[in-house]
Design a protein around this ligand. Structure first.
Ligand SMILES: [Zn+2]
Length: 87
């Protein structure tokens, strides 16, 4: 008997049609390829609201686009705050 080593059956991604291992669907339940599942993944970000003694934490669910924008905004404001302290 010959074992089919490392020979994965490929099926088309349900989203973009690119070939992906059938194992992703049968074993992990993903209908889309790695690229598509990363694009579709939502990010949870802990945010702090309020000021002084009246702060509360919240969790924001963001799409990858929103998350990137959030990170860029946060990095920009951190840099701005640092440069302000220098002067
Ligand atoms: Zn895909």
């Amino acid at each position: 008997m010959i074992m089919m080593k490392n020979k994965l059956k490929m099926i088309p991604c349900a989203s973009c049609g690119a070939p992906m291992p059938e194992l992703r669907l049968t074993k992990f339940g993903y209908k889309v390829c790695v690229n598509c599942s990363e694009v579709g993944a939502y990010r949870a970000v802990t945010t702090v609201h309020g000021s002084g003694d009246h702060t509360y934490n919240d969790i924001a669910i963001m799409t990858p686009d929103q998350y990137n924008t959030y990170k860029q905004t946060e990095e920009a404001s951190t840099k701005a705050a640092k440069s302000l302290r220098k002067e």
